[in-house]
Each structure stands twice: as C-alpha cells, then as structure tokens.
Design a protein around this ligand. Structure first.
Ligand SMILES: Nc1ncnc2c1ncn2[C@@H]1O[C@H](COP(=O)(O)OP(=O)(O)OP(=O)(O)O)[C@@H](O)[C@H]1O
Ligand SMILES: [Zn+2]
Length: 591
C-alpha cells in the first residue's frame, strides 16, 4: 500500500521500545544484529498506527479522494504522533501519483522531519528553506519542476514550491506566527496553501497540539472539519505540571531566578543522567512592570494590555492607545515596595545554572547562538546525542522537538510572555506553555514540568498546567468577544516611519484625523469601526527611524479596507504626509 523503499538503512537511535511489525521480507534481508536493533527501533513506516492515528488518516484520505478543495484541522496533543500521520498521508498521495508539501514553522525542525521521513521517501524528498544558497535553491526548483522531487519539506516559503500534481499541503504547528511573513511581500503561508489547493482541488491539513484560536473557531463553526488525537502514543501520560508561585519564593528568602522546587528537580534529573530543557521568552524588547510580592502587573485601563516601561523618561506606556503613566513607587494593589521592571535573558539563566551545578554541561539556543547557518543543527544535534545535560533557550526550541531522554522541562518566567503588550499574549502563553510541557516524557521515562510565575491564577497558566486546550479556548474566545478583539473583528495596522520624530508624531495625528472624517455613525452615535492610537510602535525606533502606529478595527474586512483606503487618501493630501513611509498590515499577528 505504501511505496516500497529503495534502500535499507537503520534509523538514528531513538531509544523507544514498542510494538513493531516486522515484515517477513525485511527480516530476511537483515543481519541478526540488525534485527535485534530493529525490534527496538524498527523502520518508522512499519509502525502500527494507533487507533486515533488510523482514524485521522482515513478521514484525510477520504478528503483527498474527493478531489475537491478542503481544509482540515488536526488537533493532536503533544506526542500523539502527528508526524507519523503526515508520513502515512504523504505516502498515500505518492502512491496515487501526486506530490505533497509539509511545512514546519522553523528551519530547526526540518532536519528532524527529514530524518523521520528519509527511510521511506529517500531521494524523492527535499528540504527547502531560506538558508539555502542561491545555487542549491535553483537546482532544487529544477528538480521539483521536472518531477524528480515529489515531497518538499520546508519553512514558510516552501509553500510556493512548484510541484507538479500537488495534492496535499500540510502545515505542522499551524498556530505559529512564523508562518506569517511580515516584510514585503507580506503573506501567511496558510492563506497561500489554501489558495493553491483551491485552484488545484487538493487538501490543506493544519496540525497542532495548540491550534490558533482562529482555526479552532473555524472548526467549531463547522467550516473546517476537526480531527482529534487526544492521547499520546502508547497511552503515555502527559507530564504533570507544577506551577510555582514566585511570590512565595521571595517570602522564603529565595532570590534566585530558580525556585527551590526547580532547583531540586534539576539536581535529581542530573543525577539520573537524564536531560532538562529550560525555557525563557525571546529576549525581551518590552519590559513590563510587576509587583514581586503580589504579582500585580500594571495594565492599561482601556485596552487591558500590560504597560511597557521605558527607561528613557522613566515612564510606562500603552502601545495601543498611548496612555502614559509614571511607574508607581509602591504596588497599587498591595502597597509593597517591590515594584520591578521585568525582562531576563538566556545568558543570565545559563550563568546561574553554572553557579548552581558547575559540573553540568549546558547548551544555549537563542538568537545570539544561532546566527550562523548550521548553528541550530549543531546545538540540537549535540543535545540529541546527549552531549549536554541542560538546554537553555527561547521559544525557538519549544515545539516539535522529540528528545526521548528529556524528562524535565522548566519555564523560568511564564509572565514574560503573558505580559507582552499584545492582545494575543495570553493565547501565545498558553500555546508556549503547552508546547514546552509537551517536550517532557515523550519516551518511556516519565516527564515532569515546572512553570514559574508571579500570576499562578492566570487562566492561561492554569489551563496549560492541566493540558486543557478546550477549556482555554472557550474562556479566551469569550474574552475576545467581550473586548471586540479578533477573530470577532479584523485589524489593520498602519505604521508611520520617518527619520524625524516630530514629523512622525504629527503625521500620525493627521492620519487619525483623516480617518475620523470617514466615520459614519448610526442615529445612536454607534459605529462599527474603531480607531486605535496614534501611539508609538512596540519598537518605537528602528534603524534610526521613528515609528508610530494607528490601527483600525472593524467587523467586516471589506468595509474596513475601504475605510482605511479613503482615510489614507485624505491623509496623502496633507503636506505633512510627504516623505513618511507607511507600512500597512492586515490582521497583524503581533500588535
Ligand atoms: N504509531 C506509533 N507507534 C509507535 N510510536 C509512534 C507511533 N507514532 C508516533 N510514534 C512516536 O511517538 C513520538 C511522538 O510522535 P510525534 O513527534 O510525531 O508527536 P507529535 O504529535 O508531532 O507531537 P508534538 O506536537 O509535540 O510535535 C515519536 O517519538 C514517534 O516516533
Ligand atoms: Zn491603552
């Protein structure tokens, strides 16, 4: 039923003992030593699908057979074996003469997938990503066009791969914002996939353990069929998650960035010779203001967005509406003097671990250590080969990775992401925590997870610690509705960019005025459109240019587009607008 594989090769060590079907014809071709190995690690394509995997494959195959366009959403918990499902489906497509694209959000994940698929697909598969040299890329496209390549695995831009007879595009980790290209040409890989499959009457499969609110909402309305895998492979349990209240650590006199519990678990994991992963949010470009005693975070009254602290001017600002306040000396909630400006780096985490466990081998995976071309692969490769005990990193290592020896996962500061100045901050936090927790205990050894936070009562943290996606979805969707945020509305953001700050500020105000003129209200003064700002952008100054932003929000995209279009035309007639660069983003993924 599945394509014969062209050559025999043993898989890299996975250390999994499970039920394998070993085909007769195969055992005959192997040496005894190999058979021994394969009882444990056999070729992937010989795996027996779990009943849940089987059902999902069946459903998608039916969609493929219809030869009409369809998008399906696969919600499968971490470690439920989505990769295996993708492999079967692609095998299926190949047998029927088609070709397929599998997208992953980050380059670092392509090699793991390629390794997983290599034995079954061999030379018919290619990994495409923006890290390829021009020559390599040109050669790859030629091979693709000539039909030598039938499967493309890659990051975002691989969605454009010109495969003949394209039948299936899979987006793994569909919730990831990396699928959205923010620079010109702006696009979202999901939308490109959809368009291509509409034209070719094929299937788009979105997969994730933490689907985006948008995708899951579409599934709830019945627009997109929902497929689920609720259990991990071999019924392994999801790891228990301990939420540590960092306010109490302070009371205990522990000023380290690691709670006593996390310190203890790290030590024991090291002693057992197992591996740990420690997560931190990406280097903070925004600092929020928190009370270390009660966990209170200062937010904008109108937008419910964490205020961002600016050293310059010693002030806090809302990046949606530009509300500004002086940071309080004492906590408005509990009166404590422990008001702090928050933002920590991976480097500090590494240093502190070295202090606590001098013998531990530590690897760091973040923006700074992965600038060179092969850095990701090198670091992850070392960790996979168990040449290090602890991997410290940002969310770039949160998803998809499958390391059997990782039994402890620690989230150093869950609040860092929760308090990003963005209405999606809570959704992002839930996704990150769930994904991160999903890295632990994926093999026989049971895993455990520690989440450190100043706000253990936050619903994103509670639901993630209970692995409760549905619970989180319904709470969050209610919040979005109450606050009129997407997916109930659309947002278009205009960023004004110029060398002179004064000009940008004047321009931004002029744009708001121009937009206001276009607001039509009903007899009761209600309008279906909202203007947010002007306010400095989250990154207020970039490459020596000042940046301010104005956003418009409304229920209907067409109305909103037209409204903005008219407003920008009026703005263009104001002399202040000359020379100001406008960057317009429709439904931006970060705000
Ligand atoms: N049918 C199966 N039988 C045995 N092992 C399996 C089967 N399917 C998958 N596995 C193994 O289970 C582990 C988890 O699978 P996989 O990495 O595909 O999970 P996932 O659903 O993609 O998780 P995540 O969302 O965390 O990336 C892998 O080590 C994989 O090799
Ligand atoms: Zn505000």
């Amino acid at each position: 039923m599945f394509p014969a594989r062209s050559r025999l090769r043993l898989l890299p060590k996975r250390g999994l003992a499970m039920t394998w079907e070993i085909g007769e014809s195969m055992t005959g071709m192997m040496h005894e030593a190999d058979i021994e190995l394969n009882v444990h690690q056999g070729p992937d394509y010989l795996r027996t699908l779990t009943p849940e995997q089987g059902k999902v494959c069946e459903k998608v195959t039916q969609a493929l057979d219809k030869q009409s366009y369809e998008t399906l959403l696969l919600h499968g918990v971490t470690g439920s074996g989505k990769t295996e499902v993708y492999q079967r489906l692609i095998g299926e497509v190949l047998v029927k003469g088609g070709s397929a694209i599998l997208l992953v959000p980050e380059i670092s994940l392509t090699s793991q997938i390629a390794r997983y698929f290599q034995d079954q697909f061999g030379e018919q598969l290619i990994v495409l990503h923006s890290g390829l040299q021009v020559g390599e890329k040109a050669k790859a496209w030629q091979d693709i066009l000539q039909g030598k390549i039938r499967i493309v695995v890659g990051a975002r831009s691989a969605v454009f791969a010109p495969l003949p007879d394209l039948r299936l595009i899979i987006l793994d980790e569909e919730h990831e914002s990396a699928y959205h290209q923010e620079e010109n040409p702006k696009y979202h890989a999901r939308n490109v996939a959809r368009k291509r499959m509409e034209q070719l009457r094929g299937v788009v499969l979105l997969g994730s353990a933490t689907p985006s609110l948008e995708a899951y909402a579409a599934a709830q309305t019945g627009k997109v069929p929902l497929l689920t895998m609720e259990e991990r492979v071999n019924r392994r349990p999801l790891p228990p998650v301990e939420v540590v209240d960092m306010r109490e650590e302070l009371i205990k006199g522990n000023r380290s960035m690691f709670s006593l519990s996390l310190q203890d678990k790290l030590k024991r994991t090291l002693e057992r010779g197992e591996q740990s992963m420690l997560f931190l949010n990406r280097r903070g470009y925004s600092t929020f203001v928190v009370c270390r005693e009660c966990g209170y975070v200062i937010r904008c009254h109108d937008c419910d967005i964490a205020l961002t602290y600016h050293t310059q001017g010693h002030t806090m600002r809302c990046h949606y509406c530009n509300h500004e306040e002086v940071p309080p000396r004492t906590c408005p909630e509990c009166g404590s003097r422990y008001i702090r400006f928050f933002g920590q780096g991976t480097q500090r985490v590494e240093d502190e671990i070295k202090g606590l466990y001098p013998a531990a081998q530590i690897l760091r995976l973040d923006f700074d250590t992965t600038r060179s071309k092969d850095a990701y692969e090198n670091i992850l490769g070392k960790f996979r080969r168990q040449e290090a005990d602890i991997l410290v990193g940002t969310q770039m290592m949160a998803k998809g990775l499958d390391f059997p020896n990782v039994t402890l996962v620690g989230v150093v500061a869950a609040d860092q992401m929760l308090n990003m100045p963005d209405f999606r901050a809570r959704e992002r936090t839930f996704q990150l925590l769930t994904q991160v927790a999903g890295r632990a205990g994926r093999s026989q050894k049971p895993g455990q997870v520690v989440i450190q936070t100043y706000t253990p009562e936050d619903r994103a943290i509670i639901q993630a610690s209970q692995h409760n996606f549905k619970g989180f979805f319904w709470e969050e969707i209610g919040y979005r509705k109450a606050r009129n945020y997407p997916p109930f509305t659309h947002v278009i953001r205009v960023t004004l960019i110029h060398e002179k700050e004064e000009k940008v500020i004047k321009g931004a105000h002029s744009l708001v005025n121009s937009l206001r003129q276009g607001i039509v209200s009903d007899q009761n003064g209600n309008t279906s459109l909202d203007i947010l700002g002007p306010a400095p952008a989250v990154i207020p100054r970039l490459k020596n240019h000042f940046r301010w932003q104005v956003s418009v929000k409304g229920k209907l995209m067409d109305t909103l587009r037209e409204f903005l279009h008219q407003g920008v035309r009026r703005f263009a007639r104001d002399p202040i607008s000359s020379g100001i660069q406008l960057n317009i983003e429709v439904d931006p993924l970060s705000m």
